[in-house]
Design a protein around this ligand. Structure first.
Ligand code: SAJ
Length: 418
């Protein structure tokens, strides 16, 4: 089957690769010419496990080609971003443009599938009429469905195949045709529903995670006030068969959790809404971490601070909405000297971790990259002026660092700074 994947970013490019690996003839479409050029040379514009080698092989075998304009195909999959607009609603600009670009190529018998996260009702109220305006009948000559992507950045190649998927078809025939197509590359279960339920399910998944992270963050702050180690509390509570706390941290970044919850909120500031409150709690976490850092460096004359991690989460190079950036900006206000290091985000900062730690008074860990987890206490002792670490991702074994004379603050003992 010939498939046009529109949007060659974090979701579209791996999706295009998986389709090609499963025997489909794939044309990737992106409006960005330099992205298209890179992909056609087998170079990846983003960092994702296995993407580099997979794309190189597929390009060399002519199984994928990237282009800037759409062409006729059997199926079209839209994987473009849906960011927030100035009113904290979903900006549909990229989806509308993607639709405009494919519609002149669409023929009877084609599938049109939206994977981008959209507010409930979008497929029926916006996408369906746009296709019908071209004279097509949905479910008779065009098969339209909403199939939200469900992959975790960093583990996309595994999750895209093995995760269960939801297909929200516009008619029974749409569901049937699109699910048969998804079964060619998905090994997880496929669940069929209507498009509006599928749209809401996608947003509900990310709200669930955002609210649960906020709960962990708020309980941790409360534990610090009560001088209790919250990490121990979560660890013990999670031994209960029906309790599963997520991890407290410096905030919630990325392009999904800080964005999607707003798509379903009429009043974006409704203080009685757990969704709004959770957003506020998570949005305030960078301030919380910056205020703790401030407490530590307040006593140090001309402090030098080292910040590790600019990506919004471990082992990926994505910095969108990263809490690290907010924390760095807050620290800039303090007028202290600081160095930033991230081994995964290219060309952003200082080259080596040794260099970043040299003569530093405080190391703040903001991202859970694997490289940071294996930090050697000897390196800290050899390079830093004061061996103090603020581990906002709780990734270091604080006891073994303490035994080496290095102070480690994390969510378990922030109360020591009270
Ligand atoms: N975080 C915490 N504590 C945790 C887990 C995460 O503070 O216990 C932070 C992370 O550090 C990061 C942020 O939350 O800053 C978001 O990370 P994430 O791993 O929860 O999620 P994303 O945004 O990378 O991907 C999510 C996923 N959704 C769910 O797990 C419900 C993914 O499956 C979706 O496909 C993706 O959103 C999306 O595109 O919607």
């Amino acid at each position: 089957m010939k498939v046009c994947v529109v949007g060659l970013g974090y979701i579209g490019l791996p999706t295009a690769c998986i389709l090609a690996l499963n025997g489909h003839n794939v044309v990737g479409i992106d409006i960005n010419e330099s992205v298209v050029d890179m992909i056609n040379k087998g170079l990846v514009p983003i960092n994702e496990n296995k993407l580099d080698s997979t794309l190189k092989t597929l390009i060399s075998q002519n199984k994928i080609i990237a282009k800037t304009t759409a062409e006729s195909a059997d199926a079209y999959i839209i994987c473009v971003p849906t960011p927030l607009d100035d009113n904290f609603s979903c900006n549909m600009h990229y989806v509308s443009n993607a639709m405009e670009s494919i519609l002149p190529c669409v023929c009877p018998g084609n599938m049109i599938i939206i994977e981008s996260t959209v507010p409930p009702g979008t497929i029926k109220n916006i996408i369906k009429p746009a296709i019908e305006n071209r004279g097509f009948n949905i479910g008779e000559d065009i098969y339209l469905a909403y199939c939200p992507e469900r992959v975790l950045p960093g583990n996309i190649f595994n999750e895209i195949v093995y995760n269960d998927r939801i297909i929200g078809g516009v008619t029974d025939k749409c569901e049937k045709v699109v699910s048969t197509f998804y079964k060619t590359f998905v090994k997880g279960n496929i669940f069929i529903t209507d498009s509006k339920t599928a749209e809401m399910t996608k947003i509900a998944e990310n709200i669930y995670r955002d609210v649960n992270i906020a709960l962990a963050n708020q309980l941790s702050i409360l534990c610090n006030e009560l001088e209790i180690n919250s990490l121990k509390v979560f660890n013990l509570a999670n031994k209960h068969p029906r309790v599963n706390f997520l991890s407290p941290g410096p905030g919630v970044g990325g392009h999904c959790l800080p964005v999607d919850p707003y798509f379903v909120l009429k009043d974006k500031n409704d203080s009685s809404s757990i969704i709004v409150l959770s957003r506020k709690i998570n949005e305030n976490m960078p301030n919380y971490i910056a205020s703790l850092a401030k407490k530590i460096i307040n006593y140090i004359p001309s402090p030098k601070v080292t910040l590790w991690g600019v990506a919004y989460k471990g082992n990926i190079d994505d910095t969108r909405n990263s809490p690290s950036i907010q924390i760095i900006n807050k620290l800039k206000e303090l007028n202290c000297d600081f160095q930033v290091y991230d081994p995964v985000v290219k060309n952003c900062c200082i080259e080596t971790k040794e260099e970043s730690l040299k003569d530093s008074n405080l190391l703040i860990i903001l991202t859970d990259h694997d490289e940071f987890k294996s930090l050697d206490p000897k390196l800290v002792l050899r390079t830093m002026r004061n061996p103090i670490i603020l581990d906002s991702k709780n990734i270091l074994d604080s006891i073994s660092f303490m035994l080496n004379g290095i102070i480690v603050y994390n969510f378990g003992n922030f109360h020591l700074l009270n």
